[in-house]
Design a protein around this ligand. Sequence first.
Ligand code: MN
Length: 504
Amino acid sequence: MIDLKQYEVWFVTGSQHLYGPETLEQVAKDSRAIASALDASTTIPVKVIFKPVLTTPEAIHELCLEANSAKNCVGLITWMHTFSPAKMWIAGLSLLRKPFLHLHTQFGREIPWSEIDMDFMNLNQSAHGDREFGFIGSRLRLNRKVVVGHWQDEEVQSEIGVWTRAACAWADWQGARIARFGDNMRDVAVTEGDKVEAQRRFGYDVYGYGVGDLVKAVGQVSDAEINQLVQTYLDEYEVPSALMSGGEKYAAVCEGARIEIGMRNFLSAGNFKAFTTTFEDLYGLKQLPGLAVQRLMRDGYGFGAEGDWKTSALVRAMKVMSAGLPGGVSFMEDYTYHFDGGSGDKVLGAHMLEICESIAAGKPKLDVLPLSIGGKADPVRLIFDANTGPAICASVMDMGQRFRMVASVVDVVPTEAPLPKLPVARALWLPRPSLKVAAAAWIYAGGAHHTGFSYAVTADHLRDFADMAGIEFLLIDENTSLDDFRKELRWNDLYYHLANGVIH
Ligand code: MN
């Protein structure tokens, strides 16, 4: 469902006329070589397209306009091989609506000590040319990523790759449609927010539907389609005999399949990328969608429970950022604690049902069990332990005048004993630097109980993404000091208040 190869970044080199045609030809040749090396890099998931060297304000302006309207262009990589007087860039950069990365590199890795002359110095000027370009970016107060190093270095290419993934997720959000079945869970605060401001800031649109619209789609599913999907369940999961044909829970499995097909048809017909459900709004649906949500998430849909459209959008963005990388992405909730004294304090993450199977350690088990909330029939769901290893939890909140993203780096560990009576998928983790610091920081930041959770997405992806959105990014990791974090919150409140102005 998510193919990053459809996207491209444009490699844009700045220069000026003073150098004469011979030097400019060499600049173009070197730039083409860099662009094609980046295009071939396995850590950069999109096409890198070489663009002709820019030497006039008119050409720069034209290129930026073209980038804005190019559907598959997710951003620009800019580089000044020579000096490119930056007043030439003001008009273009001021109207550029796509993210850009400033690659501060040099064509040749080393100084040719015995050969270097003034011709060499005239050609290889990025050390000062990129500073001139950097100034105008800062002077125009533009968010952008600066990557420094030789273009052939693995680390440099990897940083470009991370930024590119964030840019793809940002492009994916623009014009994205999110379906909301039912409204917000009654009385819940953090899942609410200003959808008009979200659309202005983030580009996605949230469409509300009565559950009856979904019930209608679910009612149109044929028995033949259900039988076929139930067979897929038998092929993909560990299925107890009670859930098989003739078993006492078989009818519930068929109902789960009916809900999955109906939801899938609804989402695909409406060209939706993400959705929400609410266990309080299920009128006419026999079960809370559990398995259906788990499988739709696996296929790339964003999801948020209890009407949580912000987390649904974030999960979708994280799915796009991590496309093709090992390690999955899921909707998640901090559920229960294990306090065993300081450094071993852990979080058990889970939800009522809706954890994505892309994070499963082994083959998930299918089961039908009571929900004990919501008063509906027993829903079918997948049960599994999540993979172990480093992961990240992230959340976006509406703070009133603006949005804030907070992320927490954690280490997922095996459970200390089997959990035979816990009927939901789960992950057990140690937050960095400790639960004591991380949970306090998260709570001071107003972080939600719902998160997007991933082993593939890193703080670097999320920071780049937040920068593209122009929102605050707070990171809780091994370097977090609670004292500094609380100061950062206060300073950021002031910064964003001033930066946004009184009328915005
Ligand atoms: Mn929840």
